[in-house]
Design a protein around this ligand. Structure first.
Ligand code: SF4
Ligand code: SF4
Length: 571
């Protein structure tokens, strides 16, 4: 059993600015998600004078959920349950197809941390400047930068907490009440809690939330399989890593083309003829020039070349960083890329298999092969005065004495073509998830459009079950709930369905029509009287039906119930 600690104190991480396709995609997603979050409470939707005009509103006081033209009542909670099931299935679908794509692009922790990092870079500069500032003693300059950053973070955090409460009340009214200190205390408490959590989670805890507090990384691990696309390192192409240089490339041209297996047949095959890079000792190098660009941009502070790790949120920024490096050295993009476990070229018989998926050999093997163990984050950033880029990680075995002679690269079959990405996405598993997801969605849509705008429920009064009147007639009492989902009052006309000629009376009304207020449920007591000679009065139980008709639209609702007669006493 490993005696590794379950918690490690946070080492500061200073992700470097990066540009590229995935960075741009993340900016877009951040803009859209933040825009939705902050602006949606201010959208209006006219539902008539009696109903709120906020497009999205969770009206806890009146137990309603409004979403544009949809209004969910408490008894329709199955819609919310259905949406939650769809959200869960959607996460299954995306995780099995694209790994932790939710974590990397749309999770609030990722989005707000990204936003806070943007502010941090804007105030304190890029990675090197921030590292210098971190190491610098406290001065007026350092205080000024820090306080400016914290104030902006705090404003963002307050806006975040403030936006949340606007989903639960009319936003313009609540804003006015908030600034005039007339809002309910719960609103201030909610804003304070969300402001504090946003400020601390996005500003100071960042990757610690993902690693230690969020259960999702563990759950996702169980949802992924060998066909799932996720961010990985093509070690068979990148190793052995090393610097190489232009002069050595010229020498390498005489050695011949780079091994096609490094890239696989297909994409960028034209660049497969590029000359291999050579190390100082003349050995053929892989495409990784060990520049650490992928590590330096990583918001989680990890090295994807060491294989898939639970810390990796698949934000794909290391792909952008490495693609930029590959472009500079004239190699095909995709040394780090979205790929699946089963994308690896087959290992030749007799060769040792890779220890880690997508990664290089385990750190102890790296050390054995190169004599240079992977650096710690503190060593990389120069934060640990005693650590250097070649300081072994505590607990790692010492490099083997004959390190240079040990085989480093696993040799793979050249007869190999990588699987197209769409094949990883369109698999029986993902298709099944999509079908179930769509079926639930279609069912909810059908239920939404088929649900009536008027409803009634009937509860017979059981104490007593019936009353015998002075003329021998039998009377039953019923409590009837009438629901008017329209935005204006509606008149509902009652009628009774029965084989016998029975009378219907409504408490408090001379006739059989009642007015139900807009968007409301009304409780109405009704009496049904069976004359003494009728079967209903003499039998134990008779089925009768209540019908209500919306006099404006003609829409009807019908329910059946039981009429208890004198035969009931014979028991
Ligand atoms: S290794 Fe880091 S930069 Fe690369 S995808 Fe994972 S979290 Fe993002
Ligand atoms: S960015 Fe690419 S070339 Fe540079 S260290 Fe990372 S994998 Fe190697």
């Amino acid at each position: 059993m490993s005696d590794a600690p379950l918690f490690a104190a946070r080492e500061p991480i200073f992700p470097k600015r990066v540009s590229g396709f995935y960075r741009r995609l993340k900016w877009w997603i951040m803009g859209i998600t933040l825009g939705i979050y902050y602006l949606v409470p201010w959208l209006r939707w006219d539902r008539g004078p009696a109903l709120p005009d906020q497009a999205v509103l969770i009206d806890l006081a009146n137990r309603r959920f409004y979403f544009f033209f949809i209004e969910i009542w408490p008894h329709e909670f199955y819609f919310v349950a259905g949406l939650l099931i769809m959200a869960g299935l959607g996460l299954f679908l995306f995780t099995s197809a694209l790994g932790r794509v939710w974590c990397g692009y749309a999770c609030p922790q990722t989005v707000w941390t990204d936003l806070f990092l943007k502010v941090e870079r804007w105030i304190e500069g890029d990675r090197n400047a921030r590292v210098r500032l971190w190491k610098a003693p406290w001065s007026l300059h350092k205080w000024r930068l820090r306080v400016t950053k914290w104030v902006i973070w705090l404003l963002i955090a307050m806006a975040t907490g403030g936006a949340w409460v606007f989903y639960f009340a009319d936003a313009p009214t609540l804003l006015r009440d908030l600034v005039t200190f007339e809002a309910a205390p719960v609103a201030y408490v909610t804003i304070a809690i969300l402001t504090a959590t946003t400020f601390i989670f996005g500003g100071f805890m960042r990757e610690q939330i993902c690693i230690y507090m969020c259960p999702w990384p563990r759950i996702q691990g169980a949802m992924m399989d060998e066909g799932t696309l996720t961010v990985g390192y093509r070690d068979w192409r990148g190793e052995p890593r090393g610097k190489g240089n232009a002069r050595r490339r010229a020498v390498a041209a005489e050695v011949g083309p780079a091994l096609p297996v490094r890239y696989g047949a297909g994409a960028d095959a034209d660049k497969d003829t590029a000359a291999p890079r050579l190390s100082r000792e003349g050995e053929v190098l892989g495409d990784c020039i060990d520049c650490m660009a992928c590590v330096n941009v990583c918001p989680m502070g990890i090295d994807i070349r060491e294989g898939q790790q639970m810390e990796c949120i698949t934000c794909a920024l290391c792909i952008d960083a490495c693609d930029e490096v590959m472009a500079r050295i004239g190699r095909p993009r995709g040394l780090i890329d979205y790929l699946a476990l089963d994308d690896r070229p087959p290992v030749l018989p007799g060769e040792h298999a890779p220890v880690r998926p997508f990664g290089n050999e385990a750190p102890e093997d790296q050390g054995a092969a190169t004599g240079v163990p992977a650096p710690t984050a503190a060593a990389r950033d120069g934060l640990d005065a005693d650590a250097t880029a070649t300081t072994p990680i505590e607990g790692d075995p010492a490099p083997a004495p004959n390190a240079a002679e040990q085989p480093f690269v696993t040799r793979h079959s050249e007869d190999w073509t990588p699987t197209a990405n769409w094949r990883h996405v369109l698999r029986p598993r993902t298709i099944l998830y999509t079908i179930v997801w769509a079926a639930i969605g279609a069912g909810l849509l059908a239920a939404l459009y088929l649900r009536p705008d008027i409803e009634l429920t009937i509860a017979p009064v059981r104490n007593p079950t019936f009353v015998t009147l002075s003329d021998g007639a039998v009377r039953n009492t019923y409590d009837i709930r009438l629901r008017n989902k329209h935005g204006e009052p509606r008149d509902f006309a009652f009628s009774l369905t029965s084989d016998d000629d029975m009378a219907l009376m409504l408490e408090g009304h001379a006739g059989v029509t009642v007015t139900v207020p807009p968007d409301a449920t009304m409780l109405q007591r009704a009496y049904v009287i069976a004359p003494p000679e009728t079967d209903a009065a003499q039998d134990e139980r008779t089925t009768i039906g209540f019908t209500i008709r919306d006099t404006a639209s003609g829409e009807e609702a019908h329910r059946e119930t039981i009429f208890n007669g004198r035969g009931n006493n014979a028991r």
